[in-house]
Design a protein. Structure first.
Length: 100
C-alpha cells in the first residue's frame, strides 16, 4: 500500500511539473494499477493465511499426537511395518533352509 501511495504522489508531482513547464499532459500508466493489484493480492493472501492458521486445524491439539503411549513410543503404523519386516525375514530364512 505504501508503494501504491508513493507511486500516486510521484505521478501527481511529475504531472504538475510537466504541465507547468511544457504545457503537455501526463496520464496514469499500467504501473500504478499493477501496484494496486499486487497490494490487493498480498492483502487477501495475508487474510487467507491468517484464517487458515486460526480456524483450520487438521491435527489434534495435544503436542504428543503421534506418540499415544507416551514419549519415545512408536506410532502404530511404524510398529506394524517393523513386525511385517521381521515376519518377512523369518519366512525368507525358512524357505532358504528348506531349499538346502
Amino acid at each position: 500500500m505504501i508503494a501504491f501511495i508513493f507511486d500516486l504522489v510521484l505521478f501527481f508531482l511529475t504531472k504538475s511539473r510537466i504541465n507547468s513547464v511544457s504545457g503537455g499532459s501526463a496520464t496514469m500508466g499500467i504501473g500504478i494499477w499493477l501496484t494496486l493489484a499486487a497490494w490487493i493480492c498480498l492483502f487477501f493472501a495475508g487474510c487467507f493465511y491468517g484464517l487458515g492458521r486460526c480456524c483450520i486445524r487438521r491435527r489434534p491439539r495435544d503436542r504428543d499426537w503421534q506418540n499415544k503411549d507416551g514419549p519415545g513410543a512408536e506410532n502404530g503404523f511404524a510398529e506394524q511395518m517393523r513386525l511385517d519386516a521381521v515376519k518377512a525375514e523369518a519366512d525368507r530364512k525358512a524357505r532358504q533352509k528348506q531349499g538346502e
